[in-house]
Structure formats: structure tokens, C-alpha cells
Design a protein around this ligand. Structure first.
Ligand code: GLU
Length: 505
């Protein structure tokens, strides 16, 4: 059947979006764009106990930052709205009724205490064909009694009636054919009268149907729900338009032992959330990729390759290239180890490839925080000299602070190794030479100072090391005459004077 590709990302607003969820959304996006299809953002908030304020806004802000655009959904609108499940109550009721009338579902009144008692009585209790006739439900009570209880306002749930001993086939585009026997699927709750809301399973299937979803691409943790969803499609008579499934591999801890969790991020010092998250209940703050200085393009590139490979050695992909190259065929079945160092490497590559002026614009905000106001052309020049050395924009400060701010301290190790007995006298002499120069531009100062060193028979290394310590405060930084050229003659002399006054060996 030739169907328009329509996929959805369907998060539950139970907290910040995990980076694995971002990857799921990304793969849905790539798949949709590649097929000229639509990507829908649906908020699955039928479990009011787990609702966390701010989570939905967080999700939307994350995708804005990453540049993943939805075609329909919460915050965008579209012909299949509303896209927030809590606003679709009345829609689901109709399908609950349909399942009840067709005998594919039934009403159950078992209280939590009664259920607990059964669990105690029957080892590995499961509410299913083997036990349902011992329970308090519309299959065991006379119809009038069911009516009476409902009319009296007694709380009930609606459960799906799973026929036992049947092989359920899930055709998964990543995993191939997955076969599960219906006997291990329990009579899941589809609807709760207490809040008049369906549970995840029913709402998810009904919405996928109504929103004309062609492919369900989601995390592996939902694979166990797939047989139930297939059975629900069948029970509702929608088998012909059942979406194709693709369950994505888990993101694993860096050592490959188990699922990547928030705690791994805290323990090993990397973010597992796209944006910083302030927990409204505990006040805890979790770090985010954005606040840690990542470029959204780098995060996208990094995530795209966690679970998918292009079949070549290429590693750097723009979003457009990913749209062209992506294919579910090359999504791996096994979990993807979360290699955080690789994430940094990606950011480094993107930083290196960006024009100096663009990086300089970003670096300006760091400078402003340090109280430094500097012309953008000059900042661009400095950024060009040092940007290959860092992974993140804020790290530039460490590499080039001395262009903008005189050192006030001198690194002990550098002094011990490179500040010689003759250094103070040589620096005094060099100051006189510099003071006498009319043209102190780098191209002019460099040969003049070199010629002076040679005339005097000084060691080039000894003079240059001491000079660098005066200007930088340590034995590091780019070519020294780039620095003198940038800070100018007066500042060079001031720094040398200060160094001579403060270095005591
Ligand atoms: N609401 C589910 C989640 O939070 C959606 C799973 C699915 O995509 O079917 O991930």
C-alpha cells in the first residue's frame, strides 16, 4: 500500500527529555524528511500522577534549539488536533465503547486490596484468560450488577480481553519478525473511570490510527508493548492501516553495561539532557548539552551515529546529509555505547569548521562576562589563532585571556624551568629596545628583536621564554609576536615592568 509517510514523536511530560528520546525524535525527523512525510509532536500525558510542570515546554525548547522542526502537533497545530492526549478524552471514550460492545474488552471492579490478595494467593499472578474468571468483572458478574455498580459510581477499569495461545507477529523494520505468544500478554487496563482517561496503550494506538501514522519509530523499551498494540489494532478492526514498527537500540552506559541513566551522567560528568533542567520538586539542576557549550549540529551528528551507521567512514554529517543518507536498514539491533569523548570530538570538529567571526561572536559573551569590551575584528583575529586548541567556546578564554587581560600571577613551574638568572637583566634591556621602536607591529618588531638577540649572543630560547612569561604569565600561548602585535607597545612594556617587579626568584 502506498501511504504517505507520517511519523510521530510522542513523549510523556514526566521530566526532562532524555538524550535517548532526542535520538528517537531525530530518527523520526530524518525518516519523515527523507520521504517527504510529516513529523508530528504528540504529548502523551494521560498519566496525571507522573505529570511534571515545565516538562512540555522543555521538550519544545529542546527541539527549537536543535533545529528539529515538526509539521504538526502541540504548539504548531494541524488537522488532527488536539495533540495533547489529556485534551482528547471524549475521542477515546468512543473506542472504549466499541471494544466493550464487540466483547473485545470488559469492565473490571477489582479493588487494589482484592488484586493484592490474588497476588498473594497465586504465584506470578497475571490478570488474563487463566485468572479472569476468578475476578470481579463483567465476565463474572450478572449484567444488572455491572450496571448497578457503574450507576452507583463505583470505580472501574476497562481491560482488553486477550485470547490465549496465539502467536502474535510484530514486523519490525529493525529487528525483523518478532513473534510473541499471546498467553504472556496480560489483560492490560485500557481505561480508568477514576480520571475518565485511557491508559498509554489505548491512547497511543487510537491516536496513531486517527493521526494516520504510517511508521512507529521508538525506543526498544516499547518493544514489549508492541504485541498488545498489534492486538488492539486487530480488536478495533484497523489491521489494514496498522503502522510499521521500528524499535531503536538502547543507548548504553559508556562501558556497555546496561542502559544509560541520568546517574551515569552525574557520575562521569557529562550531560544526558539536551538543555539544563531545574527539577521543580527537588530544585536539583541537571546539566544540558546547550549550557555545556555544545553546538546543536554537533549534538545531532553525534546522536545520529549512535545506533546508525552510513556504511562508510564518513563521520561528519550535516542535517541535510543525514536526511539523504539515513536508512532504517542500517540501524543496529544491538545497543549503542554512549561514547562521551566522541561527543566532545564532534563539537571540536564543528568549532574548527566554523568561520572565526562566528565563533568570535559567541565568544563575545564570555568576554563581556569577564568585563572585557573588545572590537569584533580583533576578537575574530585572536579566535583564529587559538580555536583549533579547544572543544568548546568558553574554553577559548583559557587559551587567549592574555590577549585581553594582563597576567597578575606567574606560573611557578614555568618560572622554575624558564626564568633564568640572566632573565631580569635581559628583560630590562629588551624593554629599552622596545621603547626605542617607532613601529612595533609584529612584522617589524620580530626581526628587530631577533637581530638584537643575535648581536648580543643571547640564547634565543632563554630570551623568548622570559619574554613570554612577562606577557602571558606562563609558558604557553600562540606565537609571541602575535601577542605583542595585538596588545601594542605600551601594554607590552607595562607587562614587562610588572613582571620584573613581581617575579622574585
Ligand atoms: N509516550 C511514550 C514515551 O514516552 C511513547 C512511546 C511510543 O512512541 O509509542 O516514549
Amino acid at each position: 500500500m502506498d501511504r504517505k509517510v507520517r511519523v510521530r514523536f510522542a513523549p510523556s511530560p514526566t521530566g526532562p527529555l532524555h538524550i535517548g528520546g532526542v535520538r528517537t525524535a531525530l530518527y523520526n525527523y530524518l525518516f519523515a524528511k527523507q520521504h517527504d512525510g510529516d513529523l508530528i509532536l504528540r504529548i502523551e500525558d494521560t498519566d496525571s500522577n507522573r505529570f511534571v510542570p515545565g516538562a512540555e515546554e522543555y521538550i519544545q525548547e529542546s527541539f527549537r534549539w536543535l533545529g528539529i522542526r515538526f509539521d504538526e502537533g502541540v504548539g504548531i497545530g494541524g488537522p488532527h488536533g488536539p495533540y495533547r492526549q489529556s485534551e482528547r478524552r471524549d475521542i477515546y471514550k468512543k473506542y472504549v465503547r466499541q471494544l466493550l460492545d464487540a466483547g473485545k474488552a470488559y469492565v473490571a471492579f477489582d479493588t487494589p486490596t482484592e488484586l493484592e490478595a490474588k497476588r498473594q494467593e497465586i504465584p506470578n499472578f497475571q490478570y488474563d484468560a487463566s485468572t479472569r474468571m476468578q475476578m470481579v468483572n463483567s465476565l463474572t458478574l450478572p449484567p444488572e450488577e455491572v450496571e448497578r455498580r457503574i450507576a452507583a459510581g463505583e470505580k472501574y477499569v476497562v481491560r482488553i480481553k486477550i485470547e490465549p495461545n496465539e502467536d502474535v507477529h510484530v514486523h519490525d523494520l529493525v529487528r525483523g519478525e518478532v513473534v510473541i505468544n499471546s498467553s504472556i500478554v496480560d489483560d492490560k487496563v485500557l481505561y480508568k473511570s477514576a480520571d475518565e482517561l485511557p491508559t498509554y496503550h489505548l491512547a497511543n494506538v487510537v491516536d496513531d490510527y486517527l493521526m494516520e501514522i504510517s511508521h512507529v519509530i521508538r525506543g526498544e523499551e516499547w518493544l514489549p508493548s508492541a504485541p498488545l498494540h498489534v492486538l488492539l489494532y486487530r480488536a478495533l478492526g484497523w489491521e489494514d492501516v496498522m503502522p510499521q514498527f521500528a524499535h531503536l537500540p538502547l543507548l548504553l552506559k559508556p562501558d556497555g553495561n546496561g542502559k544509560l541513566s541520568k546517574r551515569d551522567g552525574d557520575r562521569l560528568g557529562f550531560p544526558v539532557f539536551p538543555l539544563e533542567w531545574h527539577d521543580p520538586k527537588t530544585g536539583d539542576v541537571s546539566s544540558g548539552y546547550r549550557e555545556s557549550g555544545y553546538f546543536p549540529e554537533a549534538v545531532i551528528n553525534f546522536l545520529a551515529l549512535l545506533g546508525w551507521h552510513a556504511g562508510s567512514n564518513q563521520e561528519i554529517y550535516s542535517l541535510d546529509e543525514l536526511v539523504r543518507e539515513f536508512s532504517l536498514d542500517r540501524v543496529s539491533k544491538s545497543g549503542a555505547k554512549f561514547d562521551f569523548e566522541k561527543g566532545k570530538w564532534f563539537n571540536h570538529q564543528y568549532l574548527k569548521a566554523k568561520p572565526d567571526s562566528e565563533v568570535a561572536d559567541l565568544f563575545q559573551s564570555v568576554l563581556v562576562q569577564k568585563g572585557i569590551i573588545e572590537d569584533s575584528e580583533r576578537v575574530t583575529h585572536v579566535v583564529g589563532l587559538v580555536k583549533d586548541r579547544v572543544n568548546f567556546v568558553p574554553e577559548l578564554w583559557n587559551e587567549c585571556s592574555f590577549f585581553f587581560k594582563a597576567p597578575t600571577e606567574f606560573d611557578e613551574k614555568s618560572l622554575k624551568k624558564r626564568w633564568k638568572a640572566e632573565s631580569p637583566a635581559q628583560m630590562e634591556e629588551l624593554m629599552q629596545l622596545i621603547a626605542s621602536m617607532d613601529d612595533f607591529s609584529g612584522v617589524h618588531a620580530e626581526p628587530e628583536i631577533m637581530a638584537w638577540i643575535e648581536r648580543k649572543g643571547y640564547g634565543v630560547g632563554i630570551v623568548m621564554n622570559a619574554f613570554r612569561i612577562c606577557l602571558v604569565g606562563a609558558a604557553r600561548g600562540p606565537h609571541i609576536f602575535e601577542i605583542t602585535d595585538f596588545i601594542g607597545k605600551e601594554e607590552t612594556l607595562n607587562r614587562m615592568r610588572y613582571a620584573l617587579e613581581h617575579i622574585s626568584m
